[in-house]
Design a protein around this ligand. Structure first.
Ligand SMILES: [Ca+2]
Ligand SMILES: [Ca+2]
Length: 227
């Protein structure tokens, strides 16, 4: 068999299989596995700051009900409120809407939501619920999604992947991030005092208010939180 013959056979094979190959590609894209995830995946907040994270779903089909837990580090985070997201609530064909239940425990929140009545589910991507925390102490906390169940309208579990988030709680004025505001932080700011962004001695850590200059405003932030 010469090269021309082999090339001809390969060409015929490709032409015959193009519809199949294209179909498979479309199929894979259309049925990528749903995920539920913490949004934002990483955030930095100050001590005593209140902040909210969303728990979103992506690429889900026919979702009528879900349940999940969100674990956190209770030594640095205190949950204040849990609210239902808009995904099912605003798109469900059920005139009865949804029933949303949230329980705040010591180191996790437990959430469940069901569509009321016998109606089809919701497809696509959106927010399932959100949790508002108060940051009580410096440190890091994983926001761990676990025991999650998604159900479709035939009450079959939807296979999905959960993705955790992370929170870093910092102290304003703690330039070197050692959990305490003291003379070391004052020294770091004073070493680059008067410098602008782009200059050799400019230290972005010392520019606490991130306005491109290390000046009295940054020094005052440290001074105010000195222990
Ligand atoms: Ca420090
Ligand atoms: Ca500044």
């Amino acid at each position: 068999m010469n090269n021309k013959t082999i090339s001809g056979i390969i060409l015929v094979f490709i032409l015959i299989n193009i519809p199949t190959l294209t179909f498979n590609l479309v199929t894979v894209q259309a049925f990528s596995e749903p995920i539920i995830f913490v949004d934002p995946a990483a955030c930095i907040v100050d001590v005593d700051e209140t902040f909210t994270v969303n728990i979103n779903v992506e690429n889900v089909a026919d979702l009528i009900s879900y349940e999940s837990k969100l674990g956190f580090n209770k030594t640095i985070l205190e949950p204040i409120a849990v609210e239902e997201g808009s995904f099912i609530r605003e798109q469900t064909p059920s005139p009865l809407g949804t029933f949303f239940l949230s329980i705040i425990e010591d180191d996790f929140v437990h959430v469940a939501c069901v569509t009321l009545g016998n109606y089809s589910g919701v497809s696509g991507s959106g927010s399932l619920f959100n949790v508002t925390f108060n940051a009580t102490k410096t440190g890091t906390s994983n926001l761990h999604l676990y025991d999650s169940i998604l159900l479709d309208s035939s009450v079959t579990q939807i296979v999905h992947d959960p993705a955790d988030g992370e929170v870093l709680v910092t102290m304003p004025g703690d330039v070197n991030n050692d959990g305490v505001v003291n003379v070391l932080d004052l020294t770091i700011v004073s070493l680059s005092y008067g410098t602008f962004e782009g200059e050799p001695d400019y230290n972005p850590d010392a520019d606490i208010n991130e306005d491109g200059i290390v000046d009295m405003r940054d020094l005052a932030k440290v001074a105010r939180n000195l222990v």
